[in-house]
Design a protein around this ligand. Structure first.
Ligand code: GMT
Length: 374
């Protein structure tokens, strides 16, 4: 198949899923054309069947912000005709689904089918904002196919946007060649902790929805009972707040801020437990990548994490904000060597069984076939 993919190129779950999907599809013989304003951040090496088309915007004194949406729609139409695209698969509805709709009005060659993948905040935070609500709803309905990364998100979308159309659930996946419990020689556990200390970790874009202060509170409670270290990976608006909190609680010598990391698969296996106490999480790719490295996860109920974590098997699911209960669960697990070993084994086993890339990429391929035949 000849497929165009549009995504945000910066660090973030939707960009990661789109990029890795494109790479895997290219390996399976499809011709993949990425269309975005920069090279997606995990697309850093040459690969046959993979092409990148950059979108240029022109500044003009009248514009407060150059109209990227228009430039993207124009580029989508151009790439679609030049490469006879059969499918234009856009990740993150805002504004990509709208750009795809616009592109379709411009295209004078055979029209590609538009598939929109909903990732989470495009529905729960951004798309539902009154400024974007109507156009997001319109663009989702105008797509030829729509997928969501969890049943939780598909239900939220139907409810928030009063949409009745079919939304296919295709979960996030991980690359089993990259993510596994084996330690990377470049990243040894003793670089972060003494042998008697537990290592906890958290990865996110440090936005309020991730509740970084809860992560620090949970860790603080744990380290009062057990020797432990916390690795914080990522960057974002709450980084300053987090550093302030760490200093205020005198935890600076126990918490390491690692910033954004390209190879999180090297860092994750040193962890004993991953903390993701998010307010909203449509799926929780970071949680899946931790599980894939054999790291159990503490997450929140009433989010898409319930489709990723099995309570009391490979982690714990607790209500948002219940940091004391989360810390108690963590301490009980870390203090029981056999149970911890079992959780770690099950974390990897279940991740591999349910979310390996072969399985999920095939689900996308089947969905493409289905939409092409409608
Ligand atoms: O977590 C974020 O805010 C980033 C966001 C994105 O689109 O880049 O992540 C969302 O998409 C991921 C990939 O599908 C999901 O695994 C995350 O759960 C989702 N984030 C939220 O729903 C908050």
């Amino acid at each position: 198949m000849r497929i165009g993919i549009t995504c945000y190129p910066v660090a973030g779950g939707s960009g990661v899923v789109a990029t890795e999907l494109g790479q895997k599809l290219a390996v399976r013989g499809h011709q993949i054309h990425f269309i975005s304003y920069a090279l997606p951040f995990r697309l850093d090496t040459y690969q046959p069947n993979l092409f990148f088309h950059g979108v240029e915007t022109t500044a003009y004194p009248l514009f407060k912000h150059p109209p990227y949406t228009l430039a993207l729609a124009t580029k989508m139409a151009e790439v679609a005709c030049e490469n006879e695209l059969q499918i234009l698969h856009v990740h993150y509805a805002v504004p990509h689904a709208t750009c795809a709709f616009l592109a379709k009005q411009l295209i004078t060659c055979t029209l590609p089918k538009i598939i929109t993948t909903l990732h989470g905040t495009d529905i729960t935070l951004v798309g539902s904002d009154p400024s974007y609500y109507d156009i997001t709803r319109f663009s989702i309905n105008a797509s030829d196919g729509v997928t969501a990364v969890s049943k939780y998100l598909a239900d939220e979308t139907r409810q928030t946007f009063k949409i009745e159309r079919e939304i296919q659930v295709v979960h996030n996946f991980f690359d089993q060649e990259r993510f596994s419990p084996r330690m990377d020689p470049c990243c040894q556990r003793n670089a972060f902790a003494r042998p008697d200390e537990f290592v906890l970790s958290h990865i996110s874009n440090f936005r309020p929805v991730k509740r970084l202060l809860d992560v620090i509170d949970i860790f603080d409670r744990i380290q009062q009972k057990l020797p432990a270290r916390l690795l914080l990976i990522g960057e974002g608006p709450d980084a300053v707040l987090a550093r302030r909190q760490v200093n205020k609680r005198n935890l600076a010598d126990r918490v390491t801020f690692l910033g954004n990391q390209n190879r999180i698969e090297a860092v994750l296996p040193v962890s004993d437990l991953f903390l993701l106490p998010s307010e909203e999480e449509s799926f929780g790719l970071a949680a899946l990548e931790a599980l894939a490295c054999g790291v159990p996860v503490i997450g929140t109920v009433e989010t898409g994490l319930v489709e990723v974590i099995e309570h009391n098997v490979n982690g714990f699911l607790l209500p948002v904000g219940e940091t004391a209960a989360m810390a108690d669960a963590a301490v009980a697990l870390l203090s029981n060597k056999d149970k911890l070993a079992r959780f770690k084994t099950d974390a990897y086993r279940l991740a591999l069984e349910r979310f390996n890339s072969e399985k999920i990429v095939a689900e996308y391929e089947n969905y493409y076939e289905k939409i092409l035949n409608t």
